[in-house]
Design a protein around this ligand. Structure first.
Ligand code: APR
Ligand code: ZN
Length: 364
């Protein structure tokens, strides 16, 4: 099968023919239908997160179940599935309380199967996969608990985006920050994930929703997804501008870039009693400087959320239903479609800030 391989950092992905093994116990083979071009993969390409190479990236995906290994329950060949990039042991303390994103039951290498071995190989050499998935490929073999069967009447490109951007963004609002109706919200970074924070805020009837980005095209997208105000951070201090628009700061500020500087801005634009929420994933060893006194005198809360603090078997189907009901726009997020061979163009366009979201689709 074909896959896009990261052989070294800051290099284009290389499309190569590789071998994939059948699924073993507790594993599932999925034919990929669509997979999104997300900034998390780009962090790895740029070497901001060095997990090792060679690796197949790709963690926002949907497909059709091709084959199941022994002892797999709840998933059948032919199922349409959204893939989750977090494992779920089901018995650790965090899985038990519904916080499986941080599952601590699987302590082995995160870039191969739970038994410590790889299912994808190039001329006898093992390849690692991002998120125990590696969906920039025609097929994946993935732990069964990361395969979430869903209804069959939704297109693969929409399902793929549920697998990361939608869940991460909407979940940050609904599951993590728990924004109340009427709240004022700022969203710093209006890319694929940030636009979903914006539409999540609109979904829960936030009042003012202020989009902050450096690019006017992103601010235009932001309006389409529910922003009531926009701030171009390239034109003056965004903290001052948000404070002015709100008369002192927002109830909720979301950082959706992964940058120490913008984390500082999120905290500074939060009003007394408000919550700053970090969604963006910063490069390894980043730092942010924060005045600790405000956490007492302003009772500011600073929280983080990974993968929308999702419980995939609950959240994926409900996000799909909200999309079908017209309450979330997912098709509209897709500004570009690519073939696997065009994947490097996809990352170039992401890097230049040209798209809301790009998606790689595979022939059916
Ligand atoms: N101020 C405001 N906006 C900025 C700034 C800045 N200093 N720097 C970058 N941006 C904007 C970009 O213009 C872009 O619109 O942030 C946005 C980032 O969007 P994408 O590149 O589409 O990234 P996305 O896939 O949404 O991921 C965002 O979430 O899950 C994490 O790892 C992911 O850290 C990444 C973040
Ligand atoms: Zn992602």
């Amino acid at each position: 099968m074909k896959a896009a391989i990261l052989n070294d950092y800051e290099q284009p992905l290389s499309i190569e023919e590789i071998r994939i093994d059948p699924p073993r116990t507790g594993e599932v083979k999925v034919r990929i239908g669509a997979t999104g071009v997300c900034h998390s993969d780009y962090h790895v390409i740029k070497g901001e997160w060095k997990y090792g190479v060679p690796m197949i990236l790709g963690h926002e995906a949907a497909g059709i179940v091709e084959e199941i290994g022994p002892n797999v329950v709840g998933v059948q060949p032919g199922d349409h599935a959204v893939l989750s990039f977090r494992p779920y042991c089901g018995v650790c303390r965090l899985c038990t309380i519904g916080r499986s994103v941080m599952c601590e039951g699987h302590t082995g290498n995160r870039f191969v199967m739970h038994d410590g071995t790889a299912r994808v190989h190039r001329n006898g050499e093992d390849l690692m996969i991002l998120g125990r998935m590696g969906s920039f490929a025609e097929y994946v073999v993935i732990p069964a608990e990361q395969v979430i069967p869903v209804r069959k009447d939704v297109s693969m490109d929409v399902l793929a985006l549920i697998g990361c951007a939608v869940t991460t963004g909407v979940g940050a609002v609904v599951n993590a920050a728990k924004v109340e109706p009427g709240s004022s919200v700022a969203v710093i970074g209006c890319g694929g994930v940030g636009l979903n924070v914006i539409q999540g805020a609109a979904l829960v009837s936030a009042g003012q929703i202020i989009a902050v980005d450096l690019l006017d095209n992103k601010l235009e997208y932001a309006r389409q997804f529910g922003a009531t105000d926009t701030v171009n951070a390239a034109e003056g201090d965004p903290v001052e501008q948000v404070r002015e628009l709100t008369g002192g700061g927002v109830d909720y500020a979301f950082e959706v870039i992964g940058n120490g500087k913008t984390v500082e801005q999120a905290v500074q634009m939060t009003r007394a009693g408000g919550t700053a929420c970090i969604v963006g994933m910063a490069p390894q060893n980043s730092k942010a400087t924060i005045d600790p006194l405000i956490f007492v005198t302003k009772e500011t809360r600073l929280i983080g959320t990974w993968y929308g603090s999702a419980r995939p078997r609950f959240d994926f189907p409900r996000l799909i239903e909200l999309t079908l009901a017209g309450k979330l726009k997912v098709k509209e997020l897709i500004s570009r479609r690519y073939t696997l061979d065009q994947i490097n163009e996809g990352f170039e366009r992401l890097g230049r800030g040209e798209v809301a979201r790009g998606v790689i689709t595979f022939p059916v």
